[in-house]
Design a protein. Structure first.
Length: 350
């Protein structure tokens, strides 16, 4: 049994060249490979991304917004294909049709909720109106975990690396029991519970994310984030909000270093000053080019985040192939509408 020192693929018999392109030398050099880190990189270019942005805008206007689902899919596929790990790109398998059908379901749900609200106000007695209104609001509140849960299942199931799909195996009810109390407690405590809430959410999402038969793990604790968060609140106004970059860098580094794949931790090396300069120069680039520079700003951000992220060493485990699963794009579309987008990595920073 042997492993490729570049991508970690396991072989029964040593090939001449691995599927990642690594050319093997003598068998003796292959038998005991040195531990190498798994590095991330982003190879996208602003000019290519700008073309996709312009195409998205122009064709969406011509088609009264219908093309936007296919245009957004093309942009995501471009970003995924230029995001690499151990030299190999990720792939995105979602389609514009899935997003469009998800949007139609969302429109149907919103119409149903509007109709239900109208019927409640017209048919209920004065005594029942407050009770039914509370039930109605709670129903609306459940849309948030529904959006996050659905988006995670959809997005991970449409993402692959080296032909193996990711998957999210979380449960909607369990996610809701973390999310809704977390939101309420954060509001009651004037956001002081927020570090614990977000850490609990990160743990649940991470530990329900799988790749190649391997579960990701997270051993972070909200108490480790609490005091940095309090410090950020105290220094936010005196520093005119600039201290948030120190908080963001430190918490992101902490979260990644507490995340493990096949018992190997990630390592993140973000620097607060670099994050601040990146945000400032991206803002200036976008503003002085009247928005045209947004494509270059996106690529610069992706490049910086990936250059500062790696898996401490490539795992030497048997990775299994996984079939495509997951729900349709309803949760993805609902998440876009509610502003609960979990991001390319389920909120871990990319």
């Amino acid at each position: 049994m042997a492993f490729c020192p570049n991508c970690g693929t396991q072989f029964e018999v040593q090939p001449q060249r691995c599927q990642c392109g690594y050319l093997f030398g003598a068998p003796s050099a292959f038998a005991t490979p040195e531990a190498q880190p798994g590095r991330f990189e982003f190879t996208g270019e602003g000019a290519a991304l700008l073309i996709l942005y312009v195409k998205l805008v122009l064709l969406s206007i011509v088609t009264l917004g219908i093309y936007s689902f296919w245009g957004r899919t093309a942009i995501r596929r471009y970003i995924w294909s230029n995001l690499r790990f151990a030299g190999q790109p990720f792939d995105y398998h979602g389609t514009g049709k899935e997003l469009f059908l998800g949007w139609l379901k969302l429109i149907g749900l919103l119409l149903a909720l509007s109709l239900a609200g109208a019927l409640i106000s017209l048919t209920s007695t004065e005594d029942l109106v407050p009770v039914l209104a509370v039930i109605y609001v709670l129903g609306l509140l459940l849309l948030v975990p529904l959006a996050i849960h659905g988006a995670l299942r959809f997005r991970w199931s449409r993402t692959s690396w080296q032909g193996r799909r990711f998957s999210y195996k979380g449960d909607f009810v369990q996610l809701t029991t973390i999310l809704i109390p977390g939101i309420l407690l954060s509001a009651v405590t004037l956001t002081l519970y927020l570090p614990y809430f977000l850490t609990n959410m990160r743990r649940y999402i991470t530990e329900n994310t799988w790749y190649g038969g391997q579960q990701l793990l997270f051993d972070g604790d909200g108490k480790d984030v609490f005091w940095p968060y309090v410090k950020m609140l105290l220094l936010f106004i005196p520093t005119f909000g600039l201290y948030r970059f120190w908080f963001k860098a430190n918490v992101s580094n902490y979260a990644w270093q507490k995340t493990h794949f096949a018992n190997i931790p990630f390592r993140s090396t973000l620097q607060p000053i670099e994050l601040l300069l990146l945000a400032l120069t991206n803002a200036l680039l976008t503003f002085f080019t009247l928005g045209i520079g947004a494509a270059w700003a996106t690529c610069r951000s992706m490049r910086y985040w990936t250059e500062n992220l790696q898996l401490e060493q490539l795992p030497r485990v048997q990775l299994l192939a996984q079939s495509a699963d997951g729900d349709g794009a309803f949760g993805e579309t609902l998440g876009d509408a509610l502003g609960t987008d979990v991001g390319i990595d389920a909120g871990f920073g990319l």
